[in-house]
Each structure stands twice: as structure tokens, then as C-alpha cells.
Design a protein around this ligand. Structure first.
Ligand SMILES: *Cc1c(COP(=O)(O)O)cnc(C)c1O
Length: 431
């Protein structure tokens, strides 16, 4: 099994954190998002403990809520000692309604609206990650209107190309996120920010991409960010207290994918930064990381009911499921690989070669292509693993398919955390 929280019981059913997936499907319906809360907590602890061990006081992981944002995740994140990234007024509101402390929120986004900036300042968001000069003036005005000094980080791009998909690579010079170091614009950004009233620059932020497996990319990033910080010190006399290195640690989706040792990666980054700081005589900054995927992805499983199979003679077989790109658009967007099991016959040989097709009127609506699983009958429960990140968060109502429910598992019990959308919900905004 891809993860050690998965097992097979005497009935031959897949169990998630010890709970029978077929029973979950029967109780809550399908499609169903299942989130193993204990696994989320374990992932949080890997970051919190390693950052505590290897990095200066005040260093901490911030959960990137864009991976999976709903009220129920925030108490977990808070209890585990993490801060959180938010990228819209909607994410700020979700975190606050869930009781998450505003001062532990970091407000991201390459085009925050005036209204979102005003809302964030009014609610006491701890730190804005300022993406560009366009928003700086608005933030300054709002901070002064509220008579506060707003803490900020400046988002820069280090010009690095980790070997991931273009769609999730954000560290290159040519990017809509942040201000490039290479062109000299980041230095000018720092100059202007340092002269802006109502804000206090705490340091710099850079995020190089997602689904990254090698610590080398992060070490390159550290080198470039530190070189930039040194030039800011030399030119402007400013020393950063904080380096935010973004998110991006990878997780395995299929057996062939490597596994990232979170603690070892953090130790490598910390040693690299501390050497660099010693070499350049730069005071060791506190470090923030922004894991999203690596906190929730492997805690999530999606359950579907199979509608049956369809074999196109001479071509391929399809397994039809009662969801698809509406609850998981990642195959349609990026051709992302997934591991799929027949949860009703999890002990049987996975010998049926097929493609998993969703229910939308769209030939690209697939969950996985050319995989094998135990041949399903209509009514069998199909499990797609590693769906905790960027699934619920990216779901849509395309074809007016209703959004699934989400259940959280803890201590051998399941509890409903998000209701299944109803037709009334679907029509609620229509005049
Ligand atoms: C998406 C994103 C993250 C989280 O990335 P993961 O790959 O999910 O860890 C963190 N920081 C920023 C700025 C992001 O855009």
C-alpha cells in the first residue's frame, strides 16, 4: 500500500486509518472526500519538530490553505503549532470563522483587491506578503487609516527553475508572482517598501514551485535569496529578520514516486543557510516554510461508486465513476498521476487494465489513464489515493454536478466536516 494508514480487512475492503472505506461510502454517500486527521497532524509535527530543532527561535511552518481550505482544518493546524497562509478574502474569513488567530495569518496573492487589503488590515492579519508595488500604496494607506504598522514580507523571484511542471513552477524570472531579483527590480521594490509609511519590512519571501523532491533546489533558492539580502544590506542598510522559503515539498502519488524526508530536507536547508550566513556575516534569520500539499495530500482519499465498465474493442476499457474532474481536476489540468484501487475488493489481484473516466460531458474528464485494479462491478467502491491537496479546493459545479461531502477521521471515528452540496445550495444564488 502506498501509505501505512491504509490496510485491508477480513471482508477484503480497503480501510483508511482502520475504518472500512465501503462503510464510509454507505454512511456518507459518494463521491466522498475522506481526510485522515491523525495523518494531517503527523505531517504537521514533522515540520514543527524539525524547524524547532534546526532553525532559530520564531521559525515555523505556515499551512498553505489553498491546498485544502475549509473550517475544520484550522483547529488542527492551530493545535499543531502552525501559522497559515491565506490567498483571498474568502480564505481569511474561513480561517477566522474557524477561530484561527489573525496574527498567525500571512496574506498572499499577486492581485489582492483594495477591498481584500482593507479587510485583512481591519481583521488584524499578522503579515502581508506584498507581491508587487501596486499593492504597497493601498496597504500603506489602510495601515495608516487604522493607525497600525503592518508587518510585511516582500515577495521576490530568485530566477530558479526546479524541474517541475511549468504550471506549478513559480520561481522563474518570467512569472506573475513576485518581483525579480535578476532585473534589479527587487532591489528597487525593497527601497520603496523601506520608505513606505505604515509598514514594517520583516524580510523576504520566495516560493520556487511545487512537488519538489530534491533539497538541492531549496539550497539554490537559499543561496540566491541570501545573496539578494546581502545586496539589500549593502545598498540600503536593511537586514532581514525573516526568510520565507515558500512551500513545495513533494509527496508520492504512485509507487514510483520518491518520498521526501521532511526532517532531513529541513536539516539540509538549515545547515546550508547557516553556512551561507556565516560566510557573508549575515545574522541568521528566522525561517518560515509554507507547506500545503505535504500536509494534507497523503491524508486524503476520494471514494467513488463505480457505474460499471465499458470496453472499446481493440482500444481500452473504462471504469466509470460518479465524480471526476468536478471533484478532482488535476488529471485534466496537469495529467497528474494517481493510485486507484477497488476498495470493495482490495485484496484481489489488480489485473484489470483500464482508464478511470469521470461523469462529465468532456472527453478530458479522467482521473487516471492506463492503470490496473481489480475489475469492478457496478456498485463497487473505487478509492483514489493522495487526494487531500488541490482536490476539494479545486472542485467545481461543472455540468451542475454537486460537490461531495468531506469527512474527517480521528481515533477510529468518522465525522462529517463539510455537508454534501444540495440542489438548493446549487440554486441559492440564482435570482
Ligand atoms: C502553492 C503555494 C504554497 C504551497 O505549495 P505546496 O506545493 O502545496 O506545498 C506555498 N506558498 C506559496 C506562495 C504558494 O503559492
Amino acid at each position: 500500500m502506498l501509505y501505512d494508514n491504509l490496510s485491508v480487512n477480513d471482508a477484503g475492503h480497503l480501510c483508511i486509518a482502520g475504518i472500512d472505506a465501503c462503510e464510509l461510502a454507505a454512511e456518507f454517500g459518494t463521491p466522498l472526500y475522506v481526510l485522515d486527521e491523525d495523518r494531517v497532524r503527523k505531517n504537521c509535527r514533522a515540520y514543527v519538530e524539525a524547524m524547532h530543532s534546526y532553525l532559530p527561535e520564531g521559525s515555523r511552518p505556515l499551512y498553505a490553505g489553498k491546498a485544502l481550505c475549509f473550517k475544520g482544518i484550522y483547529p488542527v493546524i492551530e493545535e499543531e503549532g502552525m501559522g497559515a497562509d491565506v490567498v483571498s478574502g474568502g480564505e481569511v474569513a474561513t480561517a477566522l470563522v474557524a477561530g484561527f488567530p489573525a496574527d498567525l495569518l500571512f496574506f498572499h496573492g499577486s492581485n489582492k483587491t483594495d477591498a481584500e487589503i482593507a479587510y485583512g488590515v481591519e481583521k488584524g492579519v499578522g503579515c502581508f506578503v506584498v507581491d508587487n508595488l501596486n499593492e504597497l500604496g493601498v496597504l500603506s494607506r489602510e495601515a495608516q487609516a487604522h493607525d497600525i504598522t503592518q508587518r510585511i514580507l516582500l515577495r521576490v523571484t530568485v530566477g530558479l527553475d526546479p524541474h517541475t511542471l511549468a504550471a506549478i513552477n513559480t520561481g522563474k524570472v518570467d512569472s506573475q508572482f513576485g518581483v525579480p531579483i535578476e532585473t534589479g527590480q527587487a532591489l528597487e521594490f525593497a527601497r520603496q517598501a523601506l520608505a513606505t509609511p505604515g509598514v514594517e519590512v520583516m524580510g523576504f519571501h520566495s516560493h520556487i514551485g511545487s512537488q519538489i523532491f530534491e533539497p538541492d533546489s531549496f539550497c539554490d533558492q537559499v543561496d540566491r535569496l541570501l545573496a539578494f539580502a546581502c545586496s539589500v544590506r549593502d545598498e540600503l542598510g536593511f537586514v532581514a529578520q525573516t526568510f520565507n522559503l515558500g512551500g513545495g515539498f513533494g509527496v508520492p502519488y504512485v509507487e514510483e514516486d520518491p518520498t521526501v524526508d521532511i526532517a532531513a530536507n529541513i536539516a539540509a536547508i538549515a545547515a546550508h543557510l547557516s553556512d551561507g550566513c556565516a560566510r557573508t556575516n549575515y545574522p541568521m534569520p528566522r525561517v518560515l516554510l509554507e507547506p500545503g500539499r505535504s500536509i494534507v495530500a497523503n491524508a486524503g482519499v476520494t471514494l467513488y461508486t463505480a457505474g460499471g465498465t465499458k470496453t472499446i474493442e481493440g482500444y481500452r476499457s473504462y471504469v466509470m465513476v460518479d465524480g471526476g474532474m468536478t471533484d478532482n481536476p488535476r488529471y485534466a489540468l496537469y495529467k497528474s498521476a494517481y493510485t486507484v484501487l477497488n476498495a470493495s475488493h482490495a485484496a484481489d489481484d489488480a489485473d484489470f487494465a483500464c482508464t478511470i473516466a469521470g461523469r462529465c460531458c468532456e472527453s478530458g474528464d479522467r482521473i487516471a489513464e492506463d492503470i490496473t485494479l481489480a475489475r469492478p462491478e457496478r456498485g463497487d467502491i473505487i478509492a483514489v489515493l493522495t487526494t487531500g491537496a488541490y482536490n476539494f479546493a479545486m472542485s467545481s459545479n461543472y455540468n451542475r454536478v454537486l460537490r461531495p461531502a468531506l469527512v474527517m477521521l480521528r481515533d477510529g471515528k468518522a465525522r462529517l466536516a463539510v455537508h454534501r452540496q444540495t440542489i438548493d445550495d446549487l440554486l441559492a444564488l440564482e435570482v
